[in-house]
Design a protein around this ligand. Structure first.
Ligand code: SF4
Ligand code: SF4
Length: 699
């Protein structure tokens, strides 16, 4: 007995000391990061996230088989904590059990059930890993670039925890030390029946050896976790709790140093070195499980570009760990320690082609089971490159100059912003001073809507449809500027804030309260990013408003359309703002239409390649993203590819034409819907129209 106690406790104390030292070091490292805004807000949302994502494993269960396997391993470990308590008790007293529940037959069953399910899950993980072996499948394996050796070691260690547990419990049954008399602890009794013929001396020794082995494997596992990617076992609940709520997508943060009104000569714009990241971003890097779910959905990675969000996070993590002692010392010195000749992240850790390949589509953030916020990290590094180093693709320089000088990325100029209105046969009020009293919405046309021929068709259709439903709206005309989205996504935060503040002032001085936008990028920026700069408007996308008008009987589709339509989710409407149903509802409303979904739709929708200011940059590496997406759309057999974003329309239309498929049309959902509209709905009084037309409350 004494040997059991000495060995069991000795190993435990040693392992806890090693792991504890590592966790203390890790906490110092993470606390060395910059302050992170908005991390302690929305307590109820955080609790919900812990329940849904950590306990319910919601994100992981989207990948059914590995999700279920992970669910059982996670809950298996949680429930089997009871057996760990009993194992330590057994070191001192061979028949120790937790009072009351320690003899409950049902508890015995649950423990054995989860022990078996963990073994089944480990087998499932092994099969998944063999099927997705990166040596064989290379880039198409989500484990490409992950530390696969460590993953196999962890699977082996977890298996040993369960095997030693069932072994010593089986021996306990035979030595009379097992607390559950009923055979509900079925797995332990099964093991007991196998080893019973070996005799009582063997069973007694076997009980001690397996008990010590169980304690040793568990504490050894703790040390291994502390030094490996399996840190997520402890860090994931923390990282999920500290994630931006209600979601990390949508608006980007204006971090404190990016407040252009408080710039000092020491201000570093964006992230140039690892210490410029916030503590939350450092926590992100330490939490990555290397599961590769982000990599497998990334449009850049899927079109042979060098960007993998997983490898990017792993690269930043490796850099952080390699710099850890310097960062901790620097923090202890409260900024007194100099970074000296520390290499910048770009190009030494992150290749420029990696950084500039991102479309900011948000698929990686959406899929990541531990809520890592890749897009923010990428934009932070772009900010440094643009504002501190003036390093960016040359085409980006051109559109940024156009934005600065002409107020639109193409440099066509404000005087042309009204040209599209010549194609509608009714008067659209242009706000010159104050928005007229009877006008409910400011229609934010957007640069693509005003200048691109395909974009013009979209906004013309939206304007006609709103007018048909009796919605009173006005436009800013030449006073409208770019929303600033491309400047912000390319990293020119200074220009973004200048543009955004100008637009906010224009809208506020005109008395604008409600905005309907056609471009999801403008919609997202005005809705989610202008509030931090003082611009609070009620913003809807036209898909929401037109669908609302249809549901309220203001628009009556009636003409049959006997074709097949598929819908492409724009990233900034769907994933970033959760507007998935309204466009589909409009298509469903058209009599006779057959709607077909692409495999990658809704939350899993694949980017068109235009986001993140990629619209104005060359795509010289790998396949074109729009060609990949369009191949999927054409594969549905649809004769109309519909969407709700002018940039998606342009990208997909280009790819449809490049495929020689002139028989397939690319249209906005409002254009498709408008074709089916019958009689104009009778005009309603202005006051009634205002309340009835109001779109649903913004989220
Ligand atoms: S935002 Fe999209 S393109 Fe950028 S890394 Fe994530 S998945 Fe890839
Ligand atoms: S970033 Fe998230 S999704 Fe990507 S590998 Fe790491 S844990 Fe998995």
């Amino acid at each position: 007995m004494l040997i059991r106690i000495i060995l069991g406790l000795g190993v435990t104390v040693a392992c806890f000391a090693i792991a504890g030292k590592r966790f203390f070091w890790l906490s110092q490292l993470i606390r060395s990061g910059q302050p992170a805004p908005r991390r302690f807000q929305g307590f109820s949302k955080k609790i919900e996230a812990e329940v849904v994502e950590v306990a319910g494993q919601k994100k992981l269960l989207k990948w059914t088989v590995p999700g279920l396997a992970h669910f059982f391993v996670m809950w298996g470990f949680t429930i089997l904590l009871l057996t760990i308590i009993e194992a330590y008790g057994n070191l001192f007293q061979r028949d120790f059990h937790i009072p009351i529940i320690g003899t409950n037959a049902f508890v015995g069953f649950i423990e054995d059930f989860f022990a078996v399910m963990v073994l089944v899950s480990l087998t499932t993980f092994s099969i998944i890993r063999i099927k997705n072996d990166p040596k064989r499948k290379e880039r198409s394996s989500r484990f490409y670039g992950s530390h696969t050796g460590a993953a196999w070691l962890v699977l082996g260690m977890i298996a040993l925890v369960i095997i030693t547990l069932l072994a010593y419990r089986g021996a306990q049954v035979n030595t009379g030390n097992f607390p559950y008399e009923s055979h509900w602890a079925f797995a332990s009794y099964a093991v007991a029946s196998w080893i019973d013929p070996l005799g009582s001396t063997f069973n007694s020794a076997f009980e001690t050896i397996m008990l010590l082995a169980n304690v040793g494997v568990i504490t050894g596992f703790l040390v291994f976790v502390a030094y490996s990617k399996h840190l997520h076992i402890f860090l994931a609940p923390l990282n999920i709790g500290m994630s931006r709520r209600p979601r990390a997508l949508g608006g980007l943060d204006k971090t404190p140093d990016m407040d252009m009104e408080n710039v000092t000569e020491d201000t570093v714009f964006g992230v140039g070195k690892i210490e410029d990241f916030t503590w939350k971003q450092m926590l992100d890097f330490a939490t990555c499980t290397e599961c590769g779910r982000c990599q497998s959905v990334c449009p850049a990675w899927n079109t042979e570009k060098p960007l993998s969000p997983k490898l990017l996070i792993m690269g930043l993590r490796d850099n952080m760990f390699s710099q850890a002692n310097r960062l901790i010392a620097q923090k202890a010195d409260e900024g007194g320690g100099e970074a000296g000749e520390v290499e910048t992240l770009v190009p030494f850790t992150i290749d420029p082609d990696v950084l500039w390949s991102c479309t900011t589509c948000g698929s990686c953030v959406e899929q990541c089971p531990v809520d890592i916020e890749h897009v923010d990290a990428i934009i932070d590094m772009r900010r440094y490159e643009v504002l501190m180093e003036s390093r960016f693709p040359s085409e980006a320089g051109l559109f940024l100059r156009n934005l600065e000088n002409q107020g639109d990325p193409w440099g066509l100029g404000a005087s042309k912003r009204l040209e599209w209105t010549a194609n509608v046969d009714f008067e659209i009020p242009v706000v010159t001073d104050e928005i007229p009293e009877d006008v409910e919405y400011l229609y934010w046309v957007g640069c693509a809507g005003a200048f691109d021929d395909r974009g013009k068709k979209q906004v013309e259709s939206v304007a006609r449809t709103l007018n048909r439903a009796g919605v009173k709206f006005a436009i800013l005309g030449s006073k409208e500027n770019c929303s600033g989205d491309p400047a912000r996504r390319v990293g020119n935060e200074y220009l973004f804030q200048e543009i955004a503040k100008g637009n906010i002032e224009t809208m506020q001085s005109a008395g604008v309260k409600k905005v309907v936008a056609s471009c999801p990028h403008c919609f997202n920026t005005i809705k989610n990013e202008y509030p931090a700069l003082g611009g609070d408007f009620e913003v809807v996308h036209h898909a929401e408003l037109v669908e609302h008008l249809y549901r309220n009987g203001k628009l009556k589709p009636g003409t049959n359309y006997t074709g097949t339509v598929t819908y492409h989710d724009p990233c900034y409407l769907g994933r970033h703002n959760r507007i998935f149903d309204e466009p589909r509802s409009l298509l469903n409303a058209i009599p006779g239409v057959t709607q077909v979904e692409m495999g990658r739709c809704r939350e899993k929708g694949f980017c068109c390649g235009a986001g993140g200011a990629r619209m104005w940059m060359e795509e010289n590496i790998g396949k074109r993203v729009n060609m990949d997406r369009t191949a999927e759309a054409l594969g549905t057999g649809a004769d109309i590819v519909s969407t709700a974003c002018p940039f998606c329309m342009i990208m997909i239309d280009d790819a449809v034409k490049a495929n020689g498929r002139e028989d397939v049309r690319v249209m906005d959902i409002t254009q498709v819907f408008e074709q089916s509209l019958l009689e104009p709905v009778a005009a309603v009084p202005a006051a009634a129209a205002e309340s009835e037309n109001s779109a649903p409350e913004a989220e």
